[in-house]
Design a protein. Structure first.
Length: 346
């Protein structure tokens, strides 16, 4: 049986799956699919809802003609605690003891309920006075991890790895150490994650509880639409102030203003922390909401930083035979692509 894991991103409204093959110069797309997530998704503790979720996953993987049972899955940022911290230079053994003291400062729940993981992002090779190492610390509720293991086991899959959505997003978009200094803004349904990338590594990240679903609700309320209809309006008209008397723009603007306000805070934090001549060069928007017409220009104007839409398919060697619908929906697939790439990291 093929042990090459596929990437699984279970969102509130849609589930994204990507399966890749590694080649010398990049990746080949073996399979991908986006399907609706059952209404209760991973939020319910009901055995019936868990069974519905597992059956939906079985069908999606079967329809995608994926033959492996191994999966890399992501956890939403609003369900976990992710922090880049700085510590004095320590050995791995010293760090494994000290990290729990650090975690108690940043995780506002008992550590006995948390599964803690950490990665050294940068450790100075020479002991220089004042130099610190950078650590990525992630705490996930053990109960949440157990739930994913249960549902995926019910579906007949074996979890190869679990990680947060922003880690998968960064992996899919940051392909080299000399990647331009960037602010990645990943807009999910329920939350938005921000990450600053400097010299190829994540030096800052946090999440806010505002996302694309809030835009849908605003449009639905203003126009008397269902949530599904509001999603279609959002995708078609974006942040336009030129249609329906400018009502679409008025409905979306407060939510996007809230997100752009956090973007400005992140830019100010970076400028204060890194007082050098290396400013943030670009903002990259990811997630389904990144496909809103005009959203890149909105953020460019608000933040005064060039803004681009994420394209995780840049990692592919050959795009000629890939349906246009998949290529056009690139930002939707970012997390799933990053998960599928995970086992090929250096």
């Amino acid at each position: 049986m093929n042990k090459k894991p596929f990437g699984l991103d279970i969102g509130i409204t849609t589930t994204k799956i990507v399966w890749l093959s590694k080649q010398k110069d990049g990746f080949l797309l073996d399979s991908s699919i986006i399907v609706p997530t059952p209404s209760k998704g991973m939020l319910s503790e009901s055995p019936m809802d868990e069974e519905e979720m597992s059956q939906a996953l079985i069908k999606a993987v079967t329809d995608a003609k994926i033959t492996t049972k191994y999966v890399n899955v992501s956890l939403a940022e609003n369900q976990v605690y992710t922090k880049v911290i700085e510590m004095p230079v320590l050995s791995d053994k010293e760090l494994s003891s000290a990290i729990y003291w650090e975690a108690e400062q940043y995780i506002p729940v008992p550590l006995s309920t948390i599964t803690l993981a950490w990665t050294v992002l940068r450790r100075p090779s020479k002991m220089i006075m004042g130099e610190k190492m950078q650590i990525l610390m992630v705490g996930a509720p053990t109960q949440l991890i157990n739930k994913y293991q249960k549902v995926l086991s019910m579906a007949g899959f074996t979890i190869n790895a679990i990680e947060t959505q922003i880690l998968a997003t960064v992996r899919a978009l940051v392909e080299r150490d000399d990647f331009p200094i960037s602010l990645i803004v990943s807009i999910g349904s329920a939350s938005t994650a921000l990450a600053i990338i400097r010299e190829g590594i994540m030096v800052f990240t946090y999440a806010i509880s505002t996302g694309g679903a809030a835009i849908n609700r605003a449009i639905a309320t203003d126009f008397g639409l269902t949530s599904k209809e509001a999603e279609e309006y959002k995708k078609t008209y974006g942040v336009s102030k030129e249609v329906f008397g400018g009502k679409i723009g008025k409905a979306t603007e407060p939510i996007l203003e809230s997100i752009s306000g956090e973007v400005k805070k992140a830019l100010a934090f970076y400028a204060e922390k890194y007082k050098d001549d290396k400013p943030i060069r670009q903002i990259i928007l990811s997630g389904g909401t990144a496909r809103l017409p005009g959203i890149d220009l909105f953020f460019t104007n608000k933040a005064n930083v060039e803004t681009a839409i994420a394209n995780p398919w840049k990692v592919l060697i050959d795009q000629k035979n890939i349906p246009a619908e998949i290529l056009d929906n690139a930002p939707d697939y970012t997390i799933a692509v990053g998960l599928a790439m995970r086992d090929y990291e250096k």
